[in-house]
Design a protein around this ligand. Sequence first.
Ligand SMILES: C[S@@+](CC[C@H](N)C(=O)[O-])C[C@H]1O[C@@H](n2cnc3c(N)ncnc32)[C@H](O)[C@@H]1O
Length: 292
Amino acid sequence: MNVSLQPSEGGGSISPTNLRVRIMPYLSDFKSRRVPFVHRIILIMAAGALTFGGPRCPAFPAIAHAAAQPQASAPQPEARYEVRANHDPNGTGRFYMGREIAQVMGAGGIAWLDRPEREDQEQPEVVIGAMGLQGGEVVADLGAGSGYFTFRMASKVGKTGKVLAVDIQDEMLETLRQRAAANGITNVEEVKATETDPHLPAKAVDMVLMVDVYHELAYPYEVITRVREALKPGGRVVFVEYRKEDPRVPIKEVHKMSVEQLTKEMKSAGLVRVRTVESLPSQHIVIFAKRE
Ligand SMILES: C[S@@+](CC[C@H](N)C(=O)[O-])C[C@H]1O[C@@H](n2cnc3c(N)ncnc32)[C@H](O)[C@@H]1O
């Protein structure tokens, strides 16, 4: 899949520059003297405010403030990420807190996700067991892919519960939809995410699972911030990632994650590690909760 380096959603703030462009046609009219006197006065004030800064002109304080504020209080997504020319060919060249972000696995990887030997290699029942799912819970499979974990979770939460199967790729969501329909599964809801937002409902999710996903999020900080907002009190976030600490794990380096790195990144987004399970052959299961 072609991975965009830009977030799919943006603030679209009103800047003095584009407002100045918007009022240019009026300024032209002004020069040709077809504008009534009162309108001319208003246009002079507007041009002055936008050229010299709003705070000096009481007619436009909000516009100038809105343009300046986001820089001070909320850094734009790209400010968190560093782009390096020298990087792993399997990576994106974008770095977050010192580690390179991997490329997203495309829909061509479905056969690999569904491979029969995965049962032995990744032991999904151990993962599901570690999650301790209860009937009636609302859970999310973030980066659900073809649903390898989605449908296992669906049978645990039962008909009174729900699995939100979240992905950014339409092909993955369509595969999930077809498989749910073919098997008469009614407690799986497909959710289309963007690179910065998993589109989960606020304070409504008991547990979020991410299996082999976190290392390839283009905007990990933004996604985890949304995930934290989606958790119910006492909610958990469960990561399954290949062990970076073990050079014998036969997976490309950018697709691995150490517990230390993950813990550092979660801390910056307001999550604390509550448990680590190291019983899988090649991966860790790392569980986080909200820092209260
Ligand atoms: C390696 S696959 C893992 C799929 C599944 N978790 C599994 O274990 O079979 C990673 C999946 O994460 C999805 N993904 C990547 N970035 C995402 C994002 N920002 N939000 C939601 N899904 C994302 C990809 O489209 C892909 O389907």
